[in-house]
Design a protein around this ligand. Structure first.
Ligand SMILES: *Cc1c(COP(=O)(O)O)cnc(C)c1O
Length: 420
């Protein structure tokens, strides 16, 4: 993404042109950016028995799933809905793994029917129910146990998942007992071990510590006579939102693979579940400035995108950079530069509806802004709050832009409802 002739472009297409054609708010994704993020993982695992399972909850648009399926990815799903979506997008079910702390019996049946690769089980109670469901279908469910390595990923508490006190996973101390129980159940086959310590992790140390803890468990489970075929190390690698400097995927995995090899586990198949790091930096949201307004303490830049489109700021004080779609140096711009410190806010009737605080911007009503790094956990978490239709989405490939989701209308939103 760069300014060309003072107009912000995603690959070869200007955001001004896309907004004129498709209106705003509009999500625009770069195919090249997604494939280059994937390539970093693929380089990291070159020559290894490894499966990259895109954690599709980060961005579950069908065209995005197609792109990853066509480039060899498996998928990490967390619901029956995600399974239906990913199969529609052409995924190989044998490359699908099913995570999540609360799978229903119906979802278990659906996944067994589809023939997915593995269930990542998060409790002993879930082992028993999955066993029962599998036996009732005359199937055997491959499982790995999601263990909780109790390391601090040093990220926002709402997206930290590997600490004691989280709802996720099985405590390290209980894992061996849970494996013994799993191995005793006829409807289950123990396949692997799984962990996922959190999201937007920008440091290497929590990963290295978690790997050590997981490998300790692999040793003790195998010493108990239960072979572990694969190690699933979850997702969580961070992206650059605000000058963040996460490690590159290939550099991170060079360190983790060295650790795996040094501890004698080179033969294990590896799986990972990256979400944000594959798509987050590949998307922008284009929004139009509706009004600027002087409050008594603050200036507000009111835009046509809101918390229903971009929920991260409201949910976890997430940061997105916000830049003008036309560079301020644009030669045909006749007005003098006039930067003002704004809170950039949406039209939704909530004080939590802000997209950025204290941002220096030189904008007027009618101009376009790009909210950056919105490829992950934005459209996928979008809602219809305030009966706002969800935004349209475009995927750019070089000079070609493809509309991958049309803008939702009021009729679309009311279609499921029945009048008295
Ligand atoms: C959300 C999630 C992921 C992906 O996390 P990212 O931070 O987007 O990489 C992977 N595995 C599990 C179990 C998850 O819940």
């Amino acid at each position: 993404m760069a300014y060309q002739n003072a107009a912000l472009h995603v690959e070869g297409v200007s955001l001004d042109a896309l907004a004129a054609q498709h209106q705003t708010p509009l999500f625009v994704y770069s195919k090249a950016a997604m494939l280059s993020a994937l390539a970093s993982y693929q380089r990291g695992f070159a020559g290894r028995d490894a499966l990259i399972c895109y954690a599709m909850k980060a961005n579950s648009s069908l065209a995005v799933l197609q792109l990853f399926a066509q480039n060899g990815c498996g998928f990490d799903i967390v619901s029956g809905g995600e399974l239906a979506r990913v199969l529609k997008a052409g995924a190989d079910p044998q490359k699908v793994i099913f995570s999540g702390v609360g799978k229903t019996r119906a979802e278990m049946r659906q996944a067994l029917e589809a023939g997915i690769a593995c269930f990542n089980v998060e409790s002993i109670a879930e082992l028993d129910v999955l066993n029962e469901v599998a036996l009732s279908m005359n199937r055997i469910a491959s499982i790995s146990l999601r263990v909780n390595p109790n390391v601090d990923p040093k990220t926002h508490p709402y997206i930290s998942t590997g600490l004691k006190g989280n709802k996720f996973g099985i405590a390290h101390e209980e894992a061996l007992g849970a494996y013994r129980h799993a191995a005793s159940l006829k409807g289950l086959r123990v396949a692997g071990i799984d962990c996922h310590i959190g999201s937007q992790i920008t440091e290497v140390t929590p990963y290295v510590d978690a790997m050590d803890r997981v490998l300790d468990l692999v040793s003790s489970v195998e010493a108990a006579g239960i072979p572990i075929h694969h190690i699933d190390f979850g997702g969580g690698l961070g992206i650059n939102y605000n000058g963040d400097t996460p490690p590159e995927a290939d550099a991170l995995w060079a360190q983790l693979l060295a650790k795996i090899d040094a501890r004698g586990f080179r033969g294990k198949q590896l799986m990972i579940e990256p979400g944000r790091s594959l798509v987050g930096n590949a998307g922008v949201c284009v929004t139009e400035v509706l009004f600027t307004k002087q409050g008594s303490d603050k200036n507000f830049c009111i835009v046509d995108a809101a918390m229903n489109d971009l929920p991260r700021p409201a949910m976890y004080q997430g940061f997105h950079a916000i830049v003008p779609c036309s560079a301020p140096s644009k030669p045909q711009l006749t007005r003098p530069a006039q930067e003002v410190i704004y809170d950039v806010v949406g039209p939704v009737c909530e004080s939590g509806d802000w997209l950025g605080k204290d941002r220096a911007l030189d904008v007027r009503a009618g101009e376009l802004l790009a909210v950056l790094s919105t490829g992950a956990y934005c459209m996928a978490m979008a809602s219809n709050y305030n009966t706002r239709g969800r935004a349209a989405e475009v995927l750019v490939d070089g000079d070609t832009a493809t509309l991958i989701r049309v803008r939702e209308t009021a009729d679309d939103q009311m279609r499921m409802e029945r009048m008295l």
